[in-house]
Design a protein around this ligand. Structure first.
Ligand code: ADP
Ligand code: MG
Length: 240
């Protein structure tokens, strides 16, 4: 799978070599991006036609294969910025339910996990991937039974680690893309060790995206540990 991943990404990169980041930063519609039609239709049908600033900048950089550390204030649209590369990564690799876990999204709270899951179900509805949440508050056996063919998992750090430690059938070895949402908050909440323990279980050949409201020193330290030559994208508010 690793090789397949390379070939597909290389193919896409060469196909879109004509597009420079400067040109991409002028894209005003999602349909101008090199995305699958399933994703473009999912976005448009959910009412999202024009990318926000953080989406415009980070999606293109992610699509051409970079690890990305994105910072933009709350409400700027980071959920779609992280979900589009997740869907495209699996789509490009012709992921099927039988391929198991391909994408992992870590977020600090249950509420945020459920919000992300909801948006994923909206914009991903034209794809054939299965998705689930691991957030605790339910029977771990119940989560375990449903994990077998899940392609995209949205999880809180504690519960995810519990599955990694206790659940033999939870296998991450095919993982293509890791996303850490609200990385600053995860660190503020004291989840640093859990996060490091999770990342140690993941394959090194993967794409990593980190999102936060602010680009703190802690976030940069985390990026050093879990991302490879990341591109830093920071969207500032215009003040006038
Ligand atoms: P953040 O994670 O940065 O705090 P969210 O992803 O939760 O922001 O998005 C904030 C709000 O903006 C949501 O209500 C979402 O539906 C809306 N939104 C996101 N992207 C777009 C877009 N491209 N066009 C219109 N609305 C959007
Ligand atoms: Mg968010």
């Amino acid at each position: 799978k690793g090789k397949k991943f390379r070939e597909n990404i290389d193919g896409v990169i060469s196909k879109y070599k004509k597009i420079t980041p400067e040109e991409a930063s002028c894209f005003r519609k999602f349909k101008q991006f090199p995305l699958s039609s399933a994703t473009i239709n999912g976005l448009n049908e959910a009412g999202f036609t024009e990318p926000t600033d953080i989406q415009r900048q980070s999606i293109f950089l992610s699509l051409i294969g970079n690890d990305v550390v994105g910072a933009a204030k709350t409400g700027s649209g980071k959920t779609i910025a992280l979900l589009v590369p997740v869907l495209e990564s699996l789509w490009r690799n012709k992921w099927t339910r039988e391929d198991g876990l391909g994408a992992l999204i870590i977020t600090p709270t249950r509420e945020l996990a459920c919000q992300i899951f909801q948006v994923l179900n909206q914009i991903g509805k034209n794809h054939d991937f299965s998705a689930g949440v691991l957030i605790g508050g339910t029977d771990i056996e119940y989560e375990r039974d449903r994990l077998g063919h899940v392609n995209i998992v949205v999880a809180t750090p504690g519960r995810l680690l519990q599955h990694l430690d206790e659940n033999e059938s939870f296998r991450c070895h095919m993982l293509q893309i890791l996303v850490v949402d609200e990385a600053d908050r995860i660190l503020d909440m004291g989840f640093k060790d859990q996060l490091n323990a999770i990342v140690e279980n993941l394959p090194k050949e993967r794409q990593t995206l980190l999102f936060s409201a602010t680009q703190t020193r802690n976030v940069k330290d985390l990026a050093r540990v879990c991302a490879k030559d990341p591109v830093f994208v920071s969207v500032h508010e215009h003040s006038d």
